[in-house]
Write a protein that binds this ligand. Structure first.
Ligand SMILES: Nc1nc2c(ncn2[C@@H]2O[C@H](COP(=O)(O)OP(=O)(O)OP(=O)(O)O)[C@@H](O)[C@H]2O)c(=O)[nH]1
Length: 622
């Protein structure tokens, strides 16, 4: 599609009256990135020749998985013709935001940098749980909402029905809900027109001391930290000295510019503009998201309202399969941390797995992504222990202990254990309400209410332990509802529960990597599951190996692996000594990939499979 804007936009320092800042909010897969791509080509900032799918998703993982992890900001020119035929040039700043619940904090940051939000809804699916969550966030930030139905090219699209649904939700006329296709481009120019018309211009004081809000900070191997900001008051220019208000650290601005979508240096940034700063800082922590940047010589006294820091919710131990890779893993984590402020880690050791790190993540998707990046970008092979949430354990002798690793669960008399809770909302077609309620109850959920959205869908509200959601809840929810239900959740304090630690013992010795904190009612099931899994995974040894599950000293499940002596030379009769030696060498190599737990040899693969649940067993297939 050829661009409509027939003029060139001044690179920056635009009059705020002609700036529009907006973001696109949507449920995952409703087509944000595709629409953003289309906007880039419609506005002409990316030529058709340079266009590639998911232009703004720069990480390989983002592109492969088709998801957005980091927010991106891009400036685009647009022209609006008024009734008298006068064409006015505008600068549109679009911030693409991630849709997955793990990355909600990225969304809230982007929202605070905008005056408007395009609420994008798949015309074949309608409103989903994250549509609602993001919409509420946008409303809290007082943004102008532009409702849009996407994917109207799909044969299954039912725009009339879903326009009604959206109208009912935000209280507008169904006819004002725009209809577009990010794929074919239909309706996109009209959407940009409407956004330009309806979204208010940014307001700020151009003569006040400079204040810019940091909404993202990324580490670039060549340029150091690139800080993305939205100017609120005043202006900034290259070579100026700026100060981060929370740390009072001062830096010289080496470069200031806008992304359009490639970084373009400018003479400065003025009120309402969105752009980037480069100061030569090497650590993203010095350029903290939510902080206010001001002028060093003429500082502002009033910092802008920051964001709450992202808090890790799920912890897992990461261990290199080859112990000698430990320093590489440390370095890799240090590097990832530069660009991922939400990642936390500290060294830990495991009897079974050796040296590794206990890492904190925003959720399971975040964990998977970090793990994949470590494997891919740093060539590391790793074992990740079962994810755990944060428990607070009260014991008589130790007081309160915060436990993120089951092996730290205190021994002795425990008075109470609290676990993190979440408020979950699940949106499902009404036919599946029964099965969803059953699932939530089996995960210790307490129902808080339900309401209809449109005529055939229901939003269910539950409080549930986070620990019950983070593992496979979503998979079960999807399979029970034929993929139709969607889920969103937010933290909701802590609550006491009857939780116990289950240990798994091999020949009487506890294997720390397999310990888990579970509800007492589920302890037996976990014990049976793990002992059975391990029985299938650990090869027979020269002696019998009992596998037991225990709560404290009480054994709750038991399996055993029968004894066997594997004589590799059995088939090697005759006198060929070199062949025998070769076989023995091969056996030795194999043993290197084994971990010794007491006297028992456990293959690495067994740890990986037992921890990831990749074992075929009748009991696991629910
Ligand atoms: N038919 C059709 N398919 C579309 C349209 N827009 C997006 N899609 C498809 O929908 C899927 C999801 O699109 P994305 O743009 O990656 O979705 P997203 O909302 O950006 O996803 P996240 O970045 O993970 O939040 C992709 O397979 C797209 O090709 C459209 O207008 N029509």
């Amino acid at each position: 599609m050829s661009p409509r804007a027939s003029y060139t936009l001044e690179p920056a320092l635009t009059d705020p009256a002609f700036i529009r800042n907006f973001c696109i909010i949507a449920h995952i897969d409703h087509g944000k990135s595709t629409l953003a791509d289309r906007m880039l080509s419609v506005t002409g900032v990316v030529s058709d020749r340079d266009m590639r799918a998911q232009y703004l998703d720069r990480m390989d993982i983002e592109r492969e998985r088709g998801i957005t992890i980091k927010s991106q900001a891009v400036r685009m020119p647009w022209a609006l013709t008024d009734e008298s035929g006068f064409e006015q040039a505008y600068a549109l700043n679009m911030i693409d935001t991630p849709g997955h619940v793990d990355f909600t904090y990225e969304v809230s940051r982007s929202l605070a940098a905008c005056e408007g939000a395009i609420l994008l809804v798949d015309a074949a699916q309608g409103i989903e749980a994250q549509t609602l969550a993001n919409l509420y966030l946008a409303m809290e930030n007082d943004l102008t909402i532009i409702p849009v139905l996407n994917k109207i090219d799909l044969p299954a699209a039912d725009p009339d029905k879903y326009a009604e649904e959206i109208a009912g939700l935000i209280g507008c006329d169904p006819l004002t809900v725009l209809r577009v296709s990010g794929k074919t481009g239909v309706g996109v120019p009209e959407l940009l027109d409407e956004a330009t018309r309806l979204i208010p211009a940014p307001v700020g004081d151009p003569s006040a001391p400079a204040r810019a809000m940091i909404f993202d900070s990324v580490y670039d191997a060549y340029r150091g930290v690139i800080t993305y900001v939205r100017m609120i008051d005043g202006s900034m220019a290259p070579r100026e000295k700026v100060m981060m208000m929370s740390t009072k650290s001062a830096h010289e601005l080496l470069e200031i510019g806008v992304s359009s979508p490639e970084p373009t240096a400018t003479k400065g940034l003025g009120v309402g503009e969105v752009g980037y700063l480069i100061t030569g800082v090497k650590d993203v922590r010095l350029s903290k998201v939510g902080d206010t940047v001001t002028n060093f010589a003429k500082p502002s006294t009033q910092p802008l309202k920051g964001y709450s820091e992202p808090k890790p919710m799920v912890f897992s131990g990461l261990y290199p399969i080859d112990g000698s890779d430990y320093p590489v893993l440390r370095e890799a984590l240090d590097k990832l941390k530069l660009s991922d402020a939400a990642l936390v880690y500290e060294p830990e050791t495991s009897v079974a797995l050796g040296f590794g790190f206990r890492c904190g993540f925003l959720g399971l998707l975040h964990l998977e992504i970090v793990r994949e990046r470590l494997e891919r970008e740093f060539n590391l092979d790793m074992i990740a222990t079962a994810p755990s949430v944060i428990y607070e354990v009260m014991s008589d002798d130790k007081g309160v202990t915060t436990v993120t690793n089951p092996s730290e669960f205190p021994v002795g008399k425990i008075t109470s254990v609290t676990e993190p809770m979440v408020k979950a909302s699940i949106l499902t077609p009404k036919d599946f309400v029964g099965t969803v309620m059953e699932l939530c109850q089996s995960r210790r959920g307490t129902m808080q209410g339900m309401e209809y959205v449109g005529t055939d869908r229901v939003e269910l509200h539950y409080t549930m332990p986070l620990g019950e959601i983070v593992f496979d809840f979503f998979d079960h929810l999807k399979s029970r509802t034929q993929g139709y239900a969607s889920l969103d959740y937010e933290p909701s304090g802590n609550q006491t529960a009857d939780l116990v630690k289950v240990d798994i013992l091999l020949q009487g010795e506890a294997v720390d990597a397999f310990s888990a904190i579970v509800h007492r009612d589920k302890a037996y099931a976990y014990g049976v599951l793990m002992t059975e899994r391990l029985k299938n995974l650990i090869p027979r040894q020269q002696f019998e190996v009992p596998i037991q599950a225990a709560i404290g000293a009480r054994i709750i499940a038991r399996e055993s692996i029968r004894a066997l002596r594997k004589d590799v030379l059995a088939k090697c009769y005759g006198g060929d000594i070199s062949r025998k030696r070769k076989l023995l060498e091969k056996q030795k190599e194999g043993k290197k990939r084994m971990k010794m737990v007491g006297r028992v040899e456990v293959p690495q693969a067994a740890f990986i499979a037992a921890l990831s649940g990749e074992v075929e067993s009748g009991k696991e297939k629910k």
